[in-house]
Design a protein around this ligand. Structure first.
Ligand SMILES: C[S@@+](CC[C@H](N)C(=O)[O-])C[C@H]1O[C@@H](n2cnc3c(N)ncnc32)[C@H](O)[C@@H]1O
Length: 332
């Protein structure tokens, strides 16, 4: 065996301490410690122990660590959140980091059960079942899609345009679009009956009526039924890594066929960021229906085929989500 260098050792220690730091951040989020604090008024450990009914000594250890790494600051006998926390707290301007931080919950669970999860068909969950990940969309993916609205506006989506949202999940993102563009008429399509029912209930409660219709359907089997140019816009957000690889180009082409104004979809590219690279195997341990992020040359290949098929369309790639994902904008 080759001699282990100091460099290898240092790298491993850094890896471990960073992943333990991630575990402690996740612990603080799940235990509601961060959300019981603020940036100005210090709270004491005694106050939190009483309020949350937690062991004072455990809190003391957590705070000692977090103060040491600058996540909290100690003042006037208590603690406040440091500006560093602002990156991952719900009020962060970096919504993608908020989503990625919440994803850590699920990744930790899937890693703990890896011996089981590596087996065929035995990942922790299925998106279409949502046993473990039933809050995935509000806690993770809604944060990842938050910045897309600005792009949609840039491309003049609005007025009484119609929009088809392929892989709409519980429809939370469609509702965000409607908040920003109340005149739109949206149809959401997803094979997950549970997600569609959840979404329909929310739509009813919010009085969205005809403005947001959600239908059960599969973009492999059912997308052909939508007529040419039957919607102004067709979008698919964070869908392709759950979509069969061999059907991806066909779906992209169908989206272009169905849209009269334009198409938006996201492509997460493995090689674009360290986050995407490590998330890819973790996602496959988490979900049986995860099919994988794009490898860079595969995405380029698909995008070239798309450009050849539609020489008159304008195709622009916007790099989003900590440089790991492209928002593909195809306008006619
Ligand atoms: C990560 S979620 C994204 C949900 C939503 N678009 C968002 O950005 O929040 C992926 C969604 O794709 C849906 N999906 C998976 N396979 C699909 C298929 N064959 N046709 C349509 N939707 C599919 C899943 O049910 C799930 O709701």
């Amino acid at each position: 065996m080759e001699h282990v260098s100091k460099e290898h050792l240092d790298e491993m220690v850094t890896t471990l301490s960073e992943s333990w730091k991630g575990s402690l951040i996740t612990a603080g989020l799940n235990a509601g410690i961060f959300s019981s604090m603020n940036y100005n008024t210090p709270v004491s450990i005694d106050f939190l122990a009483e309020k949350l009914n937690y062991d004072r000594n455990k809190l003391d250890k957590w705070f000692y660590y977090c103060a040491g790494v600058g996540l909290v600051n100690q003042i006037d006998g208590g603690y406040i959140l440091s500006p560093k926390c602002h990156v991952f707290m719900p009020d962060s301007p970096y919504k993608d980091i908020v989503g990625f931080t919440r994803l850590n919950d699920y990744f930790m669970r899937s890693a703990v059960e890896a011996q089981h999860n590596f087996k065929k068909g035995s990942s922790l969950d299925k998106l279409t079942e949502g046993k473990i990940t039933r809050n995935y969309q509000p806690s993770v993916s809604d944060n990842l899609s938050a910045e897309l609205m600005e792009y949609f506006k840039q491309y003049n989506m609005g007025g009484d345009d119609t929009l088809l949202d392929v892989g709409c999940g519980i429809g939370a993102f469609a509702r965000t679009i409607l908040k920003n563009m109340p005149g739109l008429k949206i149809t959401g399509l997803d094979p997950n009956l549970f997600a569609i029912e959840w979404g329909r209930k929310e739509n009813r409660e919010k009085g969205l009526g005809e403005r947001l219709k959600m239908v059960v359907g599969d973009a492999v089997d059912d997308i052909g039924e939508f007529a040419d140019k039957s919607f102004d816009w067709v979008i698919a957000v964070n869908l392709f890594h759950f979509f069969p690889v061999e059907h991806r180009l066909k779906l992209m082409k169908n989206m272009v066929r169905i849209a009269s104004k334009g198409v938006f979809f996201t492509e997460t590219i493995l090689e674009k960021s360290k986050l995407a690279l490590s998330a890819d195997p973790l996602m496959s341990l988490l979900w049986n229906d995860y099919t994988g992020f794009f490898r860079e040359h595969d995405a380029e290949n698909l995008n070239n085929q798309l450009a050849q098929a539609y020489p008159d369309a304008k195709i622009v790639k916007h790099l989003i989500l900590q440089n790991s994902t492209y928002l593909m904008a195809i306008t006619k």
